[in-house]
Design a protein around this ligand. Sequence first.
Ligand code: GTP
Ligand code: MG
Length: 437
Amino acid sequence: MDNSAPDSEFERTAADAYKRFAQTAAKYLFTFRRSAVTCGVKPCMVFLGNHSSGKSSIINWVLGENVQDTGLAPTDDGFTFILYGDGPDDFHGQAALDRLPPEFSGLKAFGDMFVHGLRVKFRPIEFLKSVTLVDSPGMIDSAEKSSGRDYDFEGVVRALAELCDMIFYLFDPDKPGTTGETVNIFAKCLSGVKFKLRILLNKCDGFSSMYDFARTYGTLCWNLASVLETKDMPKIWTVYSGETRENAPGSLDLSDFNRHRDEFADVFRDAPARRRDNLVSQTNADFRGLSIRMRILNFVWRRCFAARAAAWLAAAVLATAFAWFSHSETGGWTLSSAAMAVCAGLVASGAGFLAALMAARFVRTRLAKRIDEVFRREYRGEIEVGAHEDILRTWNDIREETAKIVQAVPLRLPFFGGFARWRLEKTRRRLEAAGRR
Ligand SMILES: Nc1nc2c(ncn2[C@@H]2O[C@H](COP(=O)(O)OP(=O)(O)OP(=O)(O)O)[C@@H](O)[C@H]2O)c(=O)[nH]1
Ligand SMILES: [Mg+2]
């Protein structure tokens, strides 16, 4: 099945960089948001929203064919990828996962229950030659019994939000942003990827009056304001799916909704450029994040090394002092004084070992508590010259995890960590340059 688009030089450079630095990332316990880049993969659009908000219907409308089932009751219970294929072919579960581009292979980590619900549909539809669509199960209020999911739904949404190039978030007039799960997803899963978000108020053909529409639109804006951190109101496309409707006598004029629908359909034309932009910004964020993590952990490692060395040195001095004392007290080496010196040496080296352990632990606890200070100290130069917006944002994303690692996880880092970071920086600059071309 042909699911490829023309390779770009940037994709190849990025794919190569991810492969080369996978081991380094593992050493520094850094998880890339995008574990791999598959060259030539099509832009991917995911549809999220309340149950019955019309996700599947709008996908069918975009495709011009009824690919997805629709209905009033919660219809989709798993995620469905719709890709281009020579003939109609449906796959479920593990077979579906195996047919996804390798970029999505990390989804396996969400467990069997997620994989069981996964579907891949191949359709010979021209539109799918340029994009891949993902339909999702509708979000349900957590107060309702049926909202209990047997896999980490928010985790899957977060992973898809990272991997996909555009996120369409649908609301319908019945539930304009009032569902608990919707609020959660906005607050937790979409932070950092809101630039990919497109908000749709669907089923606009159902409004009976302007008053009705204004109240719903107002409620949606009110609810969004509490979860979106931006000061500006994002654009909300007011759309509906299905055939273009004529204005019914005495009902709301639909012409503006028709215009918005056309604008929404145009968004897909821009998809390849969007994928490239997303890849560029994601790889930048990934490699910048790894570089910061390396610099901070290398610093901590150096400090621990120094503390351990100091503890051992103290133990050695102690052992020598004991030996010297027993030698001078007895006026020369006797069997008993030599035995005493050996015993003192052993005790001192045991104490040295313990002291080294404790010193390293003390240093790590102290540095974990002052992790921001460590960061500011290491990045003093960059912060002083003012080119620090991106660095600060990336640090904000990884600081909590970095502090936990500094505090608790054993560090087995290379002695010349600075060299590995130099190599990484070189690759990062090459990626930046390739992204600008
Ligand atoms: N009037 C109107 N009804 C719509 C529109 N879109 C969907 N519907 C209806 O809304 C109901 C739910 O539509 P679906 O497309 O199944 O919604 P969904 O978001 O995929 O639902 P789940 O898969 O259960 O989350 C169906 O009965 C559709 O006919 C629309 O634009 N206008
Ligand atoms: Mg559906």
